[in-house]
Design a protein around this ligand. Sequence first.
Ligand SMILES: Nc1ncnc2c1ncn2[C@@H]1O[C@H](COP(=O)(O)OP(=O)(O)O)[C@@H](O)[C@H]1O
Ligand SMILES: [Mg+2]
Length: 270
Amino acid sequence: MTTVLAFANQKGGVAKTTSTLNTGVALREQHHRVLAIDLDPQANLTMCQGIDPDTVTRSIFDVLVNRAPIEDIITRCEIDIAPANIDLAGAELALSSAIGRERSLEKALMSVKHHYDYILIDTPPSLGLLTINAFAAADGVIVPVQCEYLSLRGLAQLERTLQMIRENLNPDVYITGILPTMFDARTIHGREAIEILRETFGDRVFDTVVRKTIKFAEAPVQGRSIMAYDPEGDAADTYRKLAKELLNGTSSEHEGRGSFEPLPAYGAHI
Ligand SMILES: Nc1ncnc2c1ncn2[C@@H]1O[C@H](COP(=O)(O)OP(=O)(O)O)[C@@H](O)[C@H]1O
Ligand SMILES: [Mg+2]
């Protein structure tokens, strides 16, 4: 059984890419077979594993638009990566008139699914066709959220988009968990943001909270995950803890609750 998880939030800079890579490597440490797919034209995930997108001749663009087999582009790094390059910026337009445009990724994954226990998809900061392809292919969505009040406000829009996806493309896709990121325990604001998240989303907020540390900016410079860059550090342990939460069945727990409701009325805050 393969679990496909999309890391999504239409806001940029909330640690989608960082979380996709490091969750993937943490799952790999636990001996799971992991593929991470770069679905962002900015190709940050690709770069985070030391691949120069300018040297990538065949990318996820060719898979989505030209139906190239995804096996042909997968690159072995700390985990397997399906890289992107700037071509992907033209994918939404190229796909816009194609029949089944929302299901290109889902179809492409069929031939490799059995090779992997986890397929993690890094999405761009929008709810456009690329992110919709990720939602159509996914069993669940992980939503990294920066621990700031203004960052919480986009979640209602994300949930509405997911509701539309459930009605039209993928009835089983729900938020697996909300991951608070860039938490600064020294500020009241950060602590309040977590409180609001937990009040509003209850047990859909992961127990794991990712603290702010410069290490996350340093690791990609070396093209490495935080697990490779600072294996003994707290930052690496945080993503190991998240991987354990996933393995302990947060997602299957949600799936098991068949009638797991989309968010009820939002708290006054969001
Ligand atoms: N917990 C964290 N603490 C400090 N900086 C972080 C943290 N997580 C990510 N970053 C940094 O913040 C920036 C944005 O993160 P990124 O994962 O690229 O976000 P997104 O993919 O949502 O745009 C990057 O420079 C990254 O290194
Ligand atoms: Mg990103």
